[in-house]
Each structure stands twice: as C-alpha cells, then as structure tokens.
Design a protein around this ligand. Structure first.
Ligand code: GDP
Ligand code: MG
Length: 179
C-alpha cells in the first residue's frame, strides 16, 4: 500500500491478490472486472501479472492493483513474491466443485504465512450460474467466512453477478483500514 499527496490530492495504491485452486475462475473474475471480458476457453498460462483499476472513494483516487497468478497454483507454487505487499485478497472456489472449497483452508494458511493479519479478505464462491450442478451450498460459504471473520459473496464471471461488488467491497474495506 502506498499513499502520496501531490497537488493537494491524495492517492492510494492497493495491491490485491486473487488466490484459489486452478480453474475456479480467478482470471475470468479479473478480466470481467477490469475489462468486462469473459473467456470460455481461457488458458491457465495466458495471463498478465496484474490489472489496475481506479476507483473514486470520498473524492480520493484509489488505484487497485489486482494480481492474478499465471497458473502456478496448479503446481502449488505460488511464491511469496506474489503475496508481498498485498493488503487485500480474494480467495476463490468453484461452487460446482467441492474439492476447490475444501482447499480454501490451505489457501488461507498460505495467505497468513505470507502477509499480515490486516489483509482485507473476501471468500468468493464463483460460477454461481451453475446452480444445476451446485456442489457447495450458500450456507457453507457463509459459515466458513463468518468463522474466519471475512466477507463472502457468490459470483459469476460468466454472467457478471456480483463481480464488481466483490472487488469494490474489498477495495472499500482496505480504504477504511488505512484512512
Ligand atoms: P483460473 O485457473 O482460476 O484462472 O480459472 P479461469 O478464469 O481460467 O477459468 C477456468 C474455466 O472456468 C474457464 O473455462 C472459464 O471459462 C470457466 N469459468 C470461469 N468463471 C466462470 C463462471 O463464473 N461460470 C462458468 N460457468 N464458468 C466459468
Ligand atoms: Mg488463471
């Protein structure tokens, strides 16, 4: 996080990381939020390091630098550099694949190892458009998030449900933590 004060206007830069098992939709959540794009056949290896989104909060310019993995999570090799300096995190699972929900604890442990406790966290159950093959209930997501003390939201990068909302809640929470 950094904040500068030039020409009277304050600026904020927040690093946010997206973590979770392979193929839960991390890259598509980011491309939906940053570019309003969705890719049915996105390749895990294609990905930029981060995208920057600018938001206005209380008349202040807030820049969110949102990091996406380049597929390293397949090899359980997300490095400490990825987490370094992060002040927010979205921990994503796929509501149609229970194994990805079961992995959330491991991702949380990794996050705790590499960042400090003030990181604003949101648990994200993605692919809520796949209601017909749902494998994790809304209640399960809610109670896990409650137990850990962070936000929860079900999203769909495919039909855009709650994507903007999820990112903006995290960005606002970070802003509230620092301002
Ligand atoms: P990542 O490995 O976590 O970055 O996952 P990707 O963003 O590459 O997505 C993996 C696959 O899931 C791709 O085929 C996407 O098209 C698909 N996908 C991502 N988000 C959604 C979603 O919200 N709904 C549905 N039905 N499919 C999704
Ligand atoms: Mg990806």
């Amino acid at each position: 996080m950094s904040s500068s004060d030039d020409e009277g206007g304050e600026e904020y830069l927040f690093k946010i990381v997206i973590i979770g098992d392979s193929a839960v939709g991390k890259s598509n959540l980011l491309s939906r939020y940053a570019r309003n794009e969705f890719n049915l056949h996105s390749k895990a290896t294609i990905g930029v390091e981060f995208q920057t989104q600018v938001m206005d909060i209380d008349g202040k310019e807030v820049k969110a630098q949102i990091w996406d993995t380049a597929g390293q999570e397949r090899f359980r090799a997300v490095t400490s550099a990825y987490y370094r300096g992060a002040v927010g995190a979205l921990i994503v699972y796929d509501i149609s694949r229970r194994s990805t929900f079961d992995s959330v604890g491991r991702w949380l442990d990794e996050l705790k190892t590499h960042s400090d406790t003030t990181v604003a966290r949101m648990l994200v159950g993605n692919k809520c458009d796949l209601e017909n093959i749902r494998d994790v209930t809304v209640e399960e997501g809610t109670s896990l998030a409650e137990a850990e003390g962070f936000f929860f939201m079900e999203t769909s990068a495919l039909d855009s449900t709650n994507v903007k909302k999820a990112f903006e809640i995290v960005i606002r929470e970070i802003y509230n933590n620092v301002s």
